[in-house]
Design a protein around this ligand. Structure first.
Ligand SMILES: Cc1cc2nc3c(=O)[nH]c(=O)nc-3n(C[C@H](O)[C@H](O)[C@H](O)COP(=O)(O)OP(=O)(O)OC[C@H]3O[C@@H](n4cnc5c(N)ncnc54)[C@H](O)[C@@H]3O)c2cc1C
Length: 243
């Protein structure tokens, strides 16, 4: 689909793609597309499941994957609870774990069946380990998100009909595309209320991906050095100095 008549040319590597579409207040877009890669489980909590994609340098798996993301505006939570998005993330990951049968199999559905609201009787083969379990993915998501995902994917398939390939597969769920929280920090890089705390990187809400996290880490280290240089080690408590 991407290379057209040039497909199979030895100078071409596995094709990549980037998709995005606006659906009302949400965006639906591809994220972290891995040509020649595979989807893997990446949970960090018990009885929860989330996925991510990766490829080896050879990029020769014969499969392509990307997260298909629905953006969620902050107003949707209708709450001042700073941890509301973390709660939704946890809810989705627990639902995915249960729908996969509770043994880290991932719930999956063919794209065609997801669009038509049907259960997939026979899942296409896929390298995901330990394996997949057929599930109705729309039931894992809150109604507004599954509706938006279905509309967005439907519109993308209209735009690029080859996307709706019979073996195109949706695997649930990738919930870690960006941090659901941001820890405050001032211009000096420090938390305004917690002296000596320098929030940095992806989990703190200041980066997304390897390079931006690394760069943010360097900035945080520079900020810490400047902070220490102002008053020297007197800014550290005795216990922190020992550490
Ligand atoms: C499978 C997979 C593939 C990815 N592929 C890509 C890619 O191709 N390109 C890309 O740009 N990004 C990719 N990412 C995302 C990338 O890995 C992250 O964006 C990046 O690692 C974030 O860096 P970080 O330093 O902010 O956090 P992390 O790398 O997560 O580092 C945080 C560290 O803190 C430690 N930690 C956590 N809690 C505590 C605690 N309480 N006490 C002490 N230590 C603690 C953790 O063990 C960890 O070592 C991928 C992620 C995954 C999971």
């Amino acid at each position: 689909m991407q290379y057209g008549r040039a497909v199979g040319h030895p100078a071409l590597g596995p094709a990549s793609y980037r998709l995005s579409i606006r659906e009302g207040k949400h965006s639906v877009y591809s994220f972290c597309m891995c040509p020649g890669g595979t989807v893997i489980p990446t949970p960090t909590e018990e009885k929860a499941l989330c996925t991510n994609g990766m490829s080896n340098s050879s990029r020769d798996s014969g499969e392509a994957n990307a997260a298909m993301v629905v953006s969620i505006p902050a107003e949707r939570f209708g709450s001042q609870d700073a941890m509301a998005a973390v709660a939704l993330q946890r809810q989705l990951e627990r639902a995915a774990y249960a729908a996969g049968g509770g043994d880290h199999h991932a719930p999956a559905q063919s794209l065609k069946d997801f669009l038509q609201g049907e259960t997939t009787q026979k899942l296409p083969t896929c390298r995901y380990r330990p394996g997949l379990k057929s599930a109705n993915l729309a039931r894992l998501l809150p109604d507004d998100l599954s509706r938006t995902l279905r509309q967005g994917l439907g519109h993308l398939c209209q735009r690029m009909p080859a996307l709706a390939h019979p073996e195109a597969l949706l695997i649930g769920v990738e919930t870690r595309t960006s941090s659901p929280v941001r820890i405050l920090r001032g211009d000096d890089g420090a938390h305004p209320d917690a002296a000596g705390l320098f929030p940095a990187g992806e989990g703190a809400g200041y980066a997304g991906g390897i390079t931006s996290s690394a760069v943010d880490g360097i900035r945080a280290a520079d900020a810490l050095v400047s902070w220490l240089a102002k008053d020297g080690s007197s800014r550290l408590s005795p216990s922190a100095s020992r550490g």
